[in-house]
Design a protein around this ligand. Structure first.
Ligand code: MF3
Ligand code: CO
Ligand code: CO
Length: 269
């Protein structure tokens, strides 16, 4: 199935044919559609396990395969990260309560292409500080995406995100990053959400990767719990994340995981 038409750069980054972007469009659209659909279920009283069960069912019904089930021993179709959980929250018995904010992250495989996206949801009442955190994290992702064009570097993406977030007196998580994607789940490069202008590999048409900044209201440090997956803020401060899968085009980029119903941001409808 994998035909490896494209070449690798000296940094080991695969260059896809732009004709291959169709595969990413379909996979990205499907992942984003599932995140649209699950929004109606997020309310106080629902368990994270019930949200994951719905996602798992839709992944199958829509003809795709979960990329996360079986990935390094992970057993669920989504990661659900509530409040001070930074990423890789494991769905289960946890009951969502009024005022909780959560990130849901889904990766599907469709015809061999990986669509990876995550976004924030709110259960019930949204506090002012959570609202600000979500807005800043969303805008940081979009500012990073604005830097995606041939000739810019990966450092330009990280710089744009870090500079904006820190100007709002919030912090960028360093311990997790975006990644190359396409016909594999995680491949070079590591897409850092901090950095210096002009540093890192040069962006070229045909590269496909994720940008997925995690932003904390407090300090950037994280720790992984004893389950070996759940990452939390060390200072217990609230954390948020948004993720898109993007491809570099001749003059900019294409976002593969746009929300079909325009529900990417929790206060949009
Ligand atoms: N979707 C996550 C990412 O953005 C990876 C989740 S791996 C899992 O890269 F095993 F935790 F699901
Ligand atoms: Co990702
Ligand atoms: Co993801």
């Amino acid at each position: 199935m994998q035909d490896h038409k494209g070449r690798l750069t000296k940094d080991g980054i695969r260059i896809y044919e732009t004709s291959e972007f169709e595969g990413m469009q379909a996979a990205g659209h499907l992942a984003a559609r599932i995140l649209d659909e699950v929004a109606d279920l997020v309310e106080p009283g629902v368990t994270t396990g019930a949200l994951d069960a719905f996602i798992n069912q839709r992944v199958t019904e829509l003809g795709s395969v979960s990329a996360t089930i079986g990935y390094r021993g992970y057993q669920h179709a989504s990661c659900i990260s509530v409040n001070h959980v930074v990423c890789h929250g494991i769905p289960g018995d946890k009951v969502i309560k009024d005022g909780d904010i959560l990130n849901i992250d889904v990766t599907v495989i469709l015809d061999g292409w990986f669509g990876d996206t995550s976004r924030m949801y709110v259960a019930g009442t949204l506090s002012r500080k959570a609202e600000r955190l979500i807005q800043v994290t969303h805008d940081a992702l979009m500012l990073g995406i604005e830097q995606v064009k041939p000739g810019n570097t990966f450092g330009d993406i990280g710089f744009a995100i870090q500079q904006f977030v820190e100007a709002q007196r919030m912090s960028v998580v360093r311990d997790f990053c975006g990644h190359g994607i396409g016909q594999v789940f995680h491949s070079p490069p590591n897409v850092l959400h901090y950095g210096r202008k002009g540093s890192g590999a040069m962006l070229e048409e045909g590269m496909i990767f994720t940008i997925e900044p995690m932003v904390n209201l407090g300090r950037p440090e994280t720790k992984v719990l004893a389950d070996d997956w759940t990452a939390v803020t060390r200072d217990k401060s609230l954390s948020a994340q948004f993720e898109h899968s993007v491809g570099v085009t001749a003059d900019g980029c294409e976002i593969f995981t746009l929300s079909p119903a325009d529900r990417f941001h929790p206060t949009w409808r």
